[in-house]
Each structure stands twice: as structure tokens, then as C-alpha cells.
Design a protein around this ligand. Structure first.
Ligand SMILES: [Zn+2]
Length: 201
């Protein structure tokens, strides 16, 4: 099933992965947008729809390998690779940097499609691009479910996303949401207690 880009936001909001409000981040700062991408794949049918939509974004990129990033890009990377009929490998974070482990080797000259769930600073994407280059391959395109770079990330290759999200981050003492007396959302607290790494942290 194909899902147009304009249909994506309500689908993502329904998962609980994205909401606007007043949230406490792991680093103690406050934000007006909750982003917890683990919930994107909580419902299998929703995950499949998002994989369909991601695949439509990159169908013409002529890649011959899909590279994901653990853990957020694993399911989407696999889903896109399955739809494009391409092999799938993934990188993992170790000691603050991304690595290709488990005997994965990107073939020299490979055209790599990089798949992410969320791109915030772009550091992970750039590290994965560097890894591909070390193998003599090149990343030809990046696709992500959520782009929260606000257009500040400039890669040498196209980056496409299903939604773009602007999340403002505030020091607790200067938070306009606190100043307006808007209560902190309990939901984010629950996510933080029970959840995995939050990209905002
Ligand atoms: Zn606040």
C-alpha cells in the first residue's frame, strides 16, 4: 500500500512517537515537541506503511545496498531493503561513534542507501557516510522518517524525509512554557522511565 506524504503526519501522531506539548528531556532541558521514534514500529501495520512510504522516496536512487543504524534505523532499513530487493547491513554505536561490526563489509564500489528513523544533528549520518567511504563505497541517498535538522544539515547527497519536525529546546530557567504555567506532560516522563534512548537527550 502506498501512503502519500500528506497522510504521514496523522499516522505518526497516532503512534505516540510525536506530540506537541511541554516535555522534560533526559538532559534536564525542556522542549515543546516529544519525539520517541521507538513507537513508530510498535504497531506492525503502521511500521509497514512507513516502510512503504520511505521506499517510495528512494525507489529511483539506484542503490545496491541498504545501510541502517541500530537501533532506530534497523527496522526501517530492513523494510526498505526488502521492498527494493537489496542486501541490508547496519552500523552500531560504540564509544560515541558508529561502527560496522559483526563481520559486515560494504563491497567496494557499492552504492549505498542510508536509512534512519530520525536525523537530528546529522552526526550519525555523517559517520555512516564516512564508514562507506572507508570501504571504497559511497552513500548515494539518505532517507529518514523524521527530519528535525531544520534544514541546517548540508550533505553531499540528497536527504529525504517523511516529515520535518521543529522542536524547540529551552533551559529550564528560560522556558516560555514554564513561564506560561503550562504543566509538564506526564506521558514524556513515562516514556523516559520505560523507554530506550531518546534522540532528544
Ligand atoms: Zn518548561
Amino acid at each position: 500500500m502506498e501512503t502519500g506524504k500528506q497522510e504521514i503526519l496523522p499516522i505518526i501522531e497516532k503512534t505516540g512517537a510525536y506530540a506537541r506539548g511541554h516535555y522534560l528531556m533526559r538532559n534536564g532541558k525542556h522542549t515543546d515537541a516529544l519525539l520517541e521514534c521507538s513507537h513508530l514500529t510498535e504497531n506492525v501495520e503502521t511500521a509497514e506503511k512507513l516502510c512503504d512510504a520511505l521506499t517510495e522516496l528512494c525507489r529511483d536512487c539506484h542503490a545496491n545496498l541498504v545501510l541502517g543504524t541500530a537501533s532506530g534505523g534497523l527496522i526501517f532499513g530492513y523494510g526498505v531493503a526488502k521492498r527494493l530487493g537489496l542486501p541490508f547491513q547496519y552500523g552500531e554505536r560504540r564509544n560515541e561513534g558508529m561502527q560496522l561490526r559483526r563481520g559486515f563489509r560494504i563491497p567496494e564500489g557499492a552504492r549505498v542507501l542510508l536509512v534512519e528513523d530520525i536525523v537530528s544533528t546529522g552526526a550519525t549520518v555523517q559517520q555512516m557516510m564516512h564508514i562507506a567511504e572507508l570501504f571504497g563505497a559511497e552513500v548515494v541517498e539518505v532517507v529518514t522518517v523524521v527530519d528535525r535538522t531544520r534544514g541546517r544539515l548540508h550533505l553531499r547527497v540528497p536527504m529525504k524525509s517523511l516529515i520535518q519536525v521543529e522542536a524547540n529546546v529551552y533551559a529550564p530557567t528560560r522556558c516560555p512554557l514554564c513561564q506560561k504555567g503550562i504543566p509538564m506532560s506526564a506521558f514524556a516522563m513515562d516514556v523516559r522511565r520505560n523507554g530506550r534512548e531518546n534522540e532528544q537527550a
